[in-house]
Write a protein that binds this ligand. Structure first.
Ligand code: NI
Length: 172
């Protein structure tokens, strides 16, 4: 497993549900947590490591104290959302690109945990933003598709640089 970078086409795939939460799923989730920390991220979706399944991990970037508090959400669904907020987002698959996005300020999510139990989570602020960002990944949506026209213009050159740097061999 390794982190995929824009413009890898696998980042545009819609992920499939995880059929059963088994040892393989737990092992992959553990590896994703390591990759997230190695890149100092606070969230990582399975599609970002080339695993086309509906699962994401979240964690704290704050050094060691957040270790062990990571959470894994399998087959996540937003069951309700409310409010609006603007916050700055970035993405491990789009290094160096940051932009302010408008999203719901509160979401209620249902998912399975790594034991296959249903969990329900009410999130706001940063966690709400991360959840919406990661579920977008599972639908093949990168945050750059949600930019304002002005921001899209602003990051155009950086995107082109990433395209040159990370374009998979043979894809034009
Ligand atoms: Ni991302």
């Amino acid at each position: 497993m390794q982190l995929l970078y824009y413009p890898d086409p696998r980042l545009r795939e819609v992920a499939l549900p995880v059929p059963v939460v088994d040892e393989d799923v737990r092992a992959n989730a553990k590896e994703m947590i390591e990759i997230m920390h190695a890149h100092k991220g606070i969230g990582l979706a399975a599609t970002q490591v080339g695993w086309n399944r509906r699962l994401f991990v979240v964690g704290s970037p704050e050094g060691e104290e957040g270790r062990g508090l990571e959470r894994v959400f399998v087959n996540p669904k937003i069951v309700s959302a409310a409010g609006a907020m603007e916050s700055e987002e970035g993405c491990l698959s789009l290094p160096g690109i940051y932009a302010t996005l408008r999203r719901s300020s509160m979401v209620v999510m249902e998912a399975l945990d790594l034991e296959g139990r249903t969990v329900r989570l009410e999130a706001e602020k940063l966690l709400a933003s991360v959840i919406q960002h990661e579920i977008d990944h599972l639908d093949g949506v990168l945050f750059i598709t949600r930019l304002s026209p002005a921001d899209r213009q602003r990051v155009k050159k950086q995107l082109r640089e990433l395209e040159e740097k990370y374009r998979p061999d043979g894809v034009r």
